[in-house]
Design a protein around this ligand. Structure first.
Ligand code: SAM
Length: 291
């Protein structure tokens, strides 16, 4: 069978299984098997696959047809241009979270310039680090920064550590396991706290697409009855570890902006920005504390 035939037949199969953008998905799987850039497939449409290649592609397409995420099948994803390993222990980083990373590194770099020469380096806390995507991006983009990355899942932290090592920032990120701020090492304070906490209302999890419902870890999704439990905790507890002039920046779900803003304002935070993602939905909040 040729490359083009595999693409056409597999795309039809995945389409029938309800997979979104089936042709793109097949092309990415096939490029992975043939170790080609995706565009390289277009120059090789008439190439005949070997039996081994064909078996491998069939198996991956079968898994994708069972709605296993593409990123789990190929074992990695790209985040802010960094290749990160992912598996069933971590939430697959979403493209919109790259915007939170960018807000974070812009603030932290400005802060690093402002406090250059100070006794302590700039520091950031990544609350619920998962794959480590936010912590690692901040460390890469802000070479002066020291980062603490907290997660309740030891398995997630193992993936995050591996990703940090891959990008040579493991020496500037301290990974700690535990429940929220209780895990933050005593005496530490931060210029920036970033969090993309679990925010799906518990009862909605069963209604999500199979890729999310069956493969992202439940503790990475479940935000309590309204999906807002973690924002309440962040608004109440983050102030204790924030340095003067510091910021908290959080991602939240579509439709949660007003509730999240209210929680922060009731705890004396000054909300500076509530920002949309690239599809125009409000998804990010940045705030400072009135002390
Ligand atoms: C939505 S995921 C975000 C992961 C990553 N920061 C990202 O943006 O892709 C939330 C993460 O919070 C972690 N988490 C859940 N409850 C927690 C808690 N009580 N304390 C610390 N981390 C927690 C989960 O294990 C998960 O890795």
């Amino acid at each position: 069978m040729t490359v083009l035939e595999v693409i056409q037949r597999s795309a039809e199969f995945l389409g029938k299984r309800g997979v979104e953008s089936p042709r793109l998905q097949v092309e990415l799987l096939l490029a992975h098997v043939l170790k080609l850039p995706r565009m390289g497939l277009y120059l090789n449409f008439e190439r005949v696959l070997t039996p081994v290649e064909l078996d491998e592609v069939r198996e991956l397409v079968r898994r994708r047809g069972q709605r296993e995420p593409l990123q789990h099948i190929v074992g990695s994803t790209s985040f802010c241009g960094l290749e990160l390993a992912v598996n069933k222990s971590v939430l697959v980083p979403r493209p919109e979270t790259e915007q939170l990373a960018e807000l974070g590194w812009e603030f932290l770099n400005a802060r690093a310039s402002a406090v250059a020469g100070a006794r302590e380096p700039v520091a950031a806390l990544d609350f619920g680090t998962g794959s480590g995507c936010l912590a690692i991006t901040l460390a890469v983009k802000v070479p002066a920064a020291q980062i603490v990355a907290v997660d309740i899942s030891e398995n997630a932290l193992a993936v995050a550590r591996e990703n940090a090592a891959r990008h040579q920032v493991g020496d500037r990120i301290r990974f700690v396991s535990g429940d929220g701020f209780a895990a933050v090492p005593a005496g530490m304070s931060f210029d920036l706290i970033v969090a993309n906490p679990p925010y799906i209302p518990a009862a909605e999890i069963e209604t999500l697409e199979p890729e999310v419902r069956d493969y992202d870890p439940r503790p990475a999704l479940n935000g309590g009855a309204q999906g807002l439990d973690f924002y309440e905790r962040l608004a109440r507890e983050a102030g204790a570890v924030l340095r003067l002039g510091g910021r908290i920046m959080v991602e939240f779900g579509d439709g949660q902006a007003e509730a999240v803003r209210g929680m922060f304002e009731r705890q004396n935070w000054v909300v500076e920005q509530v920002k949309p993602d690239y599809s125009g939905r409000l998804r990010f909040l940045a705030a400072r504390l009135v002390k």
